[in-house]
Design a binder for this molecule. Structure first.
Ligand code: GLN
Length: 488
């Protein structure tokens, strides 16, 4: 171990629950400004090694904390997140704060408005600490594609935290925030949650506004929370979910009290186990962890039965066609004119576009723009993009058939635990293939959650993915609570 490396344990620290912290603030025992200052101290100590935060929003955080304290002192009613320190993935915009999306091309960009989820968190009393590192434009599974350096996994700093929301997962695992927001297009909340041993929620497509989310693939992108326990994650979702007139894809369905829903016992729920998620390529220790989780669900009174999802094997190519096609369109707006980086050495406008994009985008983003542009080009559209949309439909239908028989489906979140930094960077295809268990729900639009489900012999977290049908987050929360309570 290199001499500057600290023992891994010093980075992992379980935060108090959100409800406990809020109770302290309402009663006046804890001052929100002191809590925020404490979190900034921890960030100052841990972030140099972990690289989870890219920028801090201290002034805004401390004035919000002071506002919460003033309300508490007057005995005014406080929001459900009163004084709670929260971190925001750097693909979501906060007015006046840097928003890089992990890319050099957005260097220096200061958005003029707040994402809807940011406004909703603050309206509920949250104290927003800063912006969290991620893979460039959320493209990746290890955080190694960030232009600002990789995030390290707090459990073992020689390993990746997962991606693309690696900073959001690591910040919660290291208690550099009580909860965070991430985005998930093909697994970017669920997989890093699994690698870092925290809870991550993929809300149903349309459940949470994407206004102010820097787009990757618009038919797949979702925003969701990370927390150290299921109830806190449910509380966070309750705050950010709901219709937003700024996002035409956001649903008008009423928002349940997710925290209360998560308190309901899982007994009686029917759980489906798809054999397709337990075959070749699954690390045996991950498989064993999930088996223990399934046994715990049986013990909690759930019924368990097999379900069949035979199109799973087409999901990775389908996802990488649709996601890259949409990305190639979304990323066309970054050309050095309107946002961020502009190459200084350009003789004319065309050269300025070319150089800005060439110098501003990283290798993985360029690869995806090329793949996506190819898939959409005349003559190939029907063979690739259209075909992928048809397979997507089959995948969605097969989930719906399964959900006619079960309330939730449980699977491993990822085929392996967190891997070593640098282990997969030379082989993009191997990196893509490891997304096999998460891209299916992304394509189908259904919701899910990752909940910690034991560890390997080396102490690396195993994450269980609990999937539920559209708008049935409550079922996923109840199942995840039962797994959490079993302390596997
Ligand atoms: N790992 C997947 C990808 O690289 C998913 C990323 C995401 O969900 N944003 O596309």
């Amino acid at each position: 171990m290199p001499s500057e490396a600290k023992p891994a344990e010093s980075f992992v620290e379980k935060p108090k629950t959100l409800a406990e912290l809020r109770e302290g603030i309402i009663s006046g025992r804890t001052k929100a400004v002191d809590l925020a200052a404490g979190y900034y101290d921890r960030i100052a100590r841990k972030n140099p090694r972990l690289n989870a935060y890219l920028s801090l929003t201290k002034e805004r955080a401390l004035s919000q904390a002071a506002r919460v304290d003033a309300l508490a002192a007057k005995g005014e009613p406080l929001g459900v997140l009163a004084g709670i320190p929260v971190g925001i993935k750097d693909v979501l915009v906060m007015k006046g704060a840097p928003a890089t999306a992990g890319s050099k091309i957005l260097e220096g960009y200061r958005p003029p408005y707040d994402a809807t989820v940011v406004s909703r968190l603050e309206a509920a009393g949250a104290v927003l600490l800063g912006k969290l590192n991620c893979d460039e434009f959320a493209m990746g599974s290890s955080n190694e594609n960030s232009a600002y350096g990789p995030v390290r996994n707090p459990i073992d700093t020689e390993r990746v935290p997962g991606g693309s929301s690696g900073g959001s997962a690591a910040a919660v695992a290291a208690n550099m925030a009580v909860a965070t927001l991430g985005s998930d297009t093909g697994g970017s909340i669920r997989q890093p949650a699994s690698f870092c041993g925290v809870v991550g929620v993929l809300p149903t497509y349309g459940r949470v506004s994407r206004y102010g989310l820097i787009a990757f693939a618009s038919s797949l992108d979702r925003v969701g929370p990370f927390a150290s326990n299921v109830r806190d994650a449910a509380t966070m979702l309750g705050v950010i979910a709901g219709h937003d007139s700024h996002d035409a894809t956001s649903s008008e369905a009423p928002v349940p009290d997710y925290a209360a829903e998560s308190d309901k016992p899982a007994a009686g729920l029917r759980i489906g186990i798809p054999a397709e998620y337990f075959g070749e390529g699954l690390d045996p220790e991950v498989g064993a962890g999930i088996e223990r989780g399934i046994a715990a669900l049986k013990a909690a009174g759930c019924t368990v039965k097999p379900v069949s999802l035979p199109h799973t094997r087409y999901a990775v190519p389908t996802y990488y066609l649709i996601a890259t096609a949409e990305a190639s369109a979304n990323l066309a707006r970054f050309d050095g004119v309107r946002y961020g980086y502009r190459s200084p050495a350009s003789e004319n406008l065309a050269a300025m576009y070319r150089h800005s994009r060439d110098e501003g985008f990283g290798a993985e983003v360029k690869r995806r723009i090329l793949l996506g542009t190819y898939a959409l080009s005349a003559g190939y559209y029907d063979a690739y993009y259209l075909k992928a949309q048809q397979v997507r439909r089959l995948l969605a239908e097969e989930f719906l058939r399964a959900f006619a028989e079960v309330d939730a489906i449980v699977t491993p979140t990822a085929p392996t635990p967190a891997f070593k930094l640098g282990e997969k960077t030379g082989d993009p295809l191997a990196m893509y293939l490891a997304d096999i268990f998460t891209v299916t729900a992304s394509l189908a639009g259904i919701c899910g959650i990752t909940v910690p489900c034991g560890t390997t012999r080396d102490g690396l977290p195993v994450g269980m993915q609990v999937l539920a049908r559209h708008m049935n987050e409550s079922a996923a929360f109840r199942v995840a609570r039962a797994v959490e309570a079993a302390k596997i």
